[in-house]
Unconditional design. Structure first.
Length: 329
């Protein structure tokens, strides 16, 4: 027996009696069978093309006159998303990370803030495109594990909102430890451009202030101090001394015990010098190591006064611009 097609069994032509017509040798039968097979495969391929390329139902059945038209009908056209309305108002927000929530990462805070915006029912604006997202921009977030009294972000809303109401509603929607400190109406100019430097306090428990002062003096006497930091691309070596505007040591108290507190002002740059980098520099230059992990707190960040070395308020210009509007009321 010979198998010519799946599911159909035909007798072997050699077993046919002499003079009897052969079933497979019949030209007409073979022609009909080949046409049927070609038609079946052709129909299958047509359905397959439509299924894979998702051909538009409104496309004409006739062949396109050009390659571009054929490509257009074969691939289909993705409908453009609706454009979102632009923000009517921009608000700049200062918030704090306190207590145990200093261990909240920047990504975790972003998710918590978006949920707070939803709970507060703020008319948040969204970006346009196939994946709209809330118009929230963050500026120079503190590293995970560091407390902060001066974190900043900016949001866009679709209608005019009172900053005091926004501050109250957001603060109630956020958990304790993530606190909204201030909200102002944004004036022209980028918020990130005003964050030129940051002021930090580094608390060193079980460390005497006199010992810390010796290490600070040694640190400031150097023109260059190289430290290592592990990054996504491997270990990176950079200078942590040039970014330090001022550094001093004083006596403080933690849990009713005296300790050393470092006050430092750091200029923002690339790479950004963090308190951990300054502690690494103190360890390299003076061997200063705290017996227990230190507590890092950002007190302020904003424009830097080069003459005094003080860090100003980045929202001061926004308040000055909004003062005439409140005066008219």
């Amino acid at each position: 027996m010979s198998i010519e097609s799946p599911g159909r069994v035909h007798p072997n032509p050699e077993a046919v009696e002499p003079g009897a017509p052969s079933l497979t040798a019949d030209p007409l039968r073979q022609s009909v069978r080949r046409s049927h097979v070609r038609g079946s495969f052709a129909d299958h391929n047509v359905h397959r093309v439509h299924r894979v390329h998702d051909v538009d139902a409104s496309a004409p059945a006739t062949a396109a006159s050009s390659t571009e038209e054929r490509r257009h009908y074969r691939r289909g056209v993705r409908e453009q998303p609706a454009q979102q309305p632009p923000p009517v108002q921009k608000l700049r927000i200062r918030y704090a990370k306190r207590g145990r929530l200093r261990f909240t990462s920047h990504r975790d805070f972003g998710r918590a803030f978006e949920r707070a915006v939803s709970r507060a029912r703020l008319p948040i604006a969204y970006s346009s495109g196939f994946n709209p997202h809330p118009r929230i921009s963050y500026a120079n977030a503190a590293p995970t594990g560091a407390a902060s009294e001066a974190e900043y972000l900016e949001i866009g809303v679709t209608r005019l909102c009172d900053p005091d109401d926004v501050r109250r509603d957001l603060d109630e929607a956020l958990p304790d430890g993530l606190d909204i400190v201030d909200v102002v109406v944004a004036s022209p100019g980028a918020l990130a451009d005003r964050l030129e430097a940051g002021q930090w306090t580094i608390t060193l428990p079980q460390t005497q202030a006199e010992v810390a002062a010796v290490g600070v003096a040694e640190f400031l006497s150097r023109e260059r101090i190289e430290v290592d930091r592990m990054t996504k691309k491997g270990v990176r070596t950079f200078d942590c001394r040039a970014a330090v505007v001022s550094l001093s040591a004083r006596t403080g108290r933690v849990d009713d015990q005296e300790c050393a507190i470092l006050d430092v002002v750091v200029r923002h740059g690339t790479p950004a010098v963090r308190p951990d980098d300054i502690l690494a520099g103190l360890r390299e230059t003076a061997g200063l190591v705290a017996p227990v992990p230190p507590l890092q707190t950002r007190i302020a960040q904003g424009p830097l006064d080069e003459e005094t070395g003080l860090v100003g308020d980045p929202l001061g210009h926004d308040r000055d611009a909004a003062a005439p509007l409140h005066g008219d009321r």
